[in-house]
Write a protein that binds this ligand. Structure first.
Ligand code: 13P
Length: 253
């Protein structure tokens, strides 16, 4: 089955309001009316509304980098997925490696976030990936299977709103990229885990993106792998001269 490529820019804690708005307009222009690829941007929370306005009329999808695990309440400094939805956000990134490893998010917290985000009618992009120590200890697949267990909480009707991003922690922001063969091997394993949890047809339809030092120079080869359905791009998503060529690397199916 052929899946539409997804090219996503995770802007992390970068840019000013003005620069984020300008980048949104550039991404919208570059995405144009392309139908063979889906483009998502994940700006910082405080830039969401500005970016939304600058994306108006385009087919670039607005995403947020995180949300809290409850609908509302006394959670100072946190943001509900319902607030994101109300703000025009369509997708939320959950379990990014920086949330897991720098901010200490656990698999069980992520299950709660996943459930409430899906109830809020957001799409969820669940990030998974092993550290260098885990890879070297031969634990890559085990870590992947453990992190993907969160998908047990996805109801059948919610499956079309879920995607997965495989981001090996050792490849994020380091300039080290998984080789296309390494990425394909892990993506195939991820898809078989997804099939074990949600069934074959859900696994066949679910986008599984690769992230970790994706650049114009390596994007085409990564995106040409059978089970790599897109790219989640950090550093190279901050300038259109790099993100544009990555968008253009999405294969025309
Ligand atoms: P880099 O592309 O900067 O390695 O970041 C990847 C990432 O974390 C995207 O979510």
């Amino acid at each position: 089955m052929s899946r539409t490529s997804v090219i996503a820019g995770n802007w992390k804690m970068h840019l000013t309001k003005r620069k984020a708005s300008a980048l949104a307009r550039e991404v919208a222009a570059r995405q144009g009316a392309a139908e063979h690829r889906r483009c998502i941007v994940f700006p910082a929370f405080v830039h969401l509304d500005h970016v939304r306005r600058n994306l108006k009329g385009s087919n670039v999808v607005l995403g947020a980098q995180n949300c809290w695990s409850k609908k509302e309440g006394a959670f100072t400094g946190e943001i509900s997925p319902y607030m994101l939805r109300d703000m025009g956000v369509q997708v939320v990134l959950l379990g990014h490696s920086e949330r897991r490893h720098v901010l200490g998010e656990t698999d069980s917290l992520l299950v709660d976030k996943l459930k409430v985000a899906l109830r809020a009618k957001l799409e969820v992009m669940l990030c998974v990936g092993e550290t260098l120590e885990e890879r070297e200890a031969g634990l890559t697949f085990e870590v992947l299977r453990r992190q993907l267990k969160a998908l047990k909480h996805v109801k059948d009707s919610q499956v079309p709103r879920v995607s997965v991003a495989y981001e090996p922690v050792w490849a994020i922001g380091t300039g080290l990229t998984a080789t296309p063969a390494q990425a394909q091997e892990v993506h195939a394993e991820a898809r078989s885990s997804i099939a074990g949890i949600l069934g074959d047809s859900a696994a066949a339809a679910m986008p599984v993106l690769y992230g970790g030092s994706v650049k114009p120079a390596n994007a085409s080869e990564l995106l040409s792998q059978a089970d790599v359905d897109g790219a989640l791009v950090g550093g190279a998503s901050l300038v259109i001269d790099q993100f544009g060529p990555i968008l253009d690397a999405a294969p025309v199916v």
